[in-house]
Design a protein around this ligand. Structure first.
Ligand SMILES: Nc1ncnc2c1ncn2[C@@H]1O[C@H](COP(=O)(O)OP(=O)(O)O)[C@@H](O)[C@H]1O
Ligand SMILES: [Mg+2]
Length: 353
């Protein structure tokens, strides 16, 4: 299989109309060959528009898309080295599975033997052996999704494009299919661009996540980077659950910042460009916060709920309301609503934005 990099440069899409809506606003990102990259963001943020410009179904208003070393802006979809897997599968109901998968190869006028061998290989790869003669309506949703994937893969494109391919499946199958997609992608080493609004899907699939908001890119990073070091409040909030506490920088030196938060001084990792007296916000993940009789900040428990694997708390501090998850509560002291507690956390778990 081939795999190609995709370099998106200052890409903009304005939908012409009464209000000339700017759906994608000057985005740039360089995707390496073989990389699995996810476009993640809320509905309407421009993910599908971006993907469709790469596929050639939408014409960019400005900017460039480079596939491998070729600028592909002006190529029609069938001339591009891309294949798209749609949410709706888009299978031909009157063709059996073999013919559905073989369709694109027949259009390319490959000889019968080559088609047979390519299709058989792909059917094996996606786990559909024995289903060749069935029709789409004789398959489960997950199996139909495999056919759609096989049909894209059999074309041996330089990059595989996915637009929310799992949204029609029930929750359990969605989780199963996403690991299947990842396995298959890694096996063939193909470049993949995957659109989703589901952050856990993005976390589990991606080498890097591109987080979009209102047509712009908020951050590009590995799942760990976007979770532990979000650049903006939007990213912190969109990936997982985040607590924010306002504070002030006292001093910055040697990769650390001394800050003042709710009357308490603490020293935390920091490599940004804020300086003394600047205001800042700290991001704290619910699983990184603890409550007890000793600690840094004063708080009052306003919600205490047993969730099985964790105890879910909301604790009101001087200037914030913290969501806190204490794992494995069995045998531990549980604080009830109304209890006065101390809140603590490790400096390494504090991220400043
Ligand atoms: N063909 C179109 N004409 C006008 N506006 C469009 C068109 N397609 C999408 N939009 C608008 O562009 C924005 C981004 O859409 P889209 O890329 O589909 O978002 P996403 O996939 O992130 O949900 C939305 O506000 C949507 O309404
Ligand atoms: Mg979409």
């Amino acid at each position: 299989m081939s795999n190609k990099g995709v370099n998106i440069k200052n890409l903009t899409k304005i939908y012409e109309g009464n209000n000339n809506f700017k759906a994608v606003d000057n985005i740039s990102v360089d995707i390496k060959p073989g990389e699995f990259v996810t476009l993640l963001g809320p509905s309407g943020c421009g993910k599908t528009t971006t993907l469709r410009m790469v596929a050639g179904f939408e014409i960019p208003t400005s900017g460039d898309i480079v596939l491998g070393d070729e600028v592909i802006n002006n190529l029609s979809p069938d001339k591009r080295d891309t294949s798209m897997v749609f949410q709706s599968y888009a299978l031909f109901p009157h063709y059996n599975i073999f013919d559905n998968i073989a369709y694109g190869l027949k259009l390319k006028k490959l000889d019968k033997e080559t088609i047979k061998s390519k299709v058989t290989n792909i059917i094996d790869l996606v786990g559909l052996k024995g289903m060749e003669n069935r029709y789409p309506n004789q398959l489960s949703g997950g199996q139909q999704q495999r056919v759609a994937l096989a049909r894209a893969l059999v074309m041996e494109p330089g990059v595989l494009l996915f637009d929310e391919p799992l949204s029609n499946l029930d929750a359990k199958l969605r989780v199963y299919m996403r690991t299947e997609i990842r396995k298959i992608q890694q096996k063939v080493g193909i470049t993949a661009i995957y659109v989703t609004h589901d952050q856990s899907e993005a976390m589990s699939l991606s080498d890097r996540i591109i987080i979009m908001n209102k047509g712009i890119i908020e951050q590009v990073g590995t799942p760990k980077e976007v979770y532990y070091t979000p650049k903006t409040k939007f990213v912190a909030d969109f990936i997982g659950t985040a607590n924010f506490i306002d504070g002030e920088i006292i001093e910055v030196s040697n990769g650390k910042a001394k800050i003042l938060v709710e009357g308490q001084e603490l020293t935390v990792p920091y490599t940004g460009d804020k300086k003394a007296k600047d205001s800042c916000t700290i991001v704290l993940r619910p699983e990184a916060v603890d409550i007890g009789e000793e600690g840094l900040l004063d708080g009052t428990v306003t919600l205490s709920t047993f969730m099985g694997s964790y105890q879910d708390y909301i604790v009101k501090t001087k200037n914030s309301e913290l969501k806190i998850q204490l794992n494995n509560p069995q045998g531990k002291k549980i604080f009830e609503e109304g209890a006065n507690v101390k809140v603590s956390f490790d400096a390494v778990n504090v991220h400043i934005i």
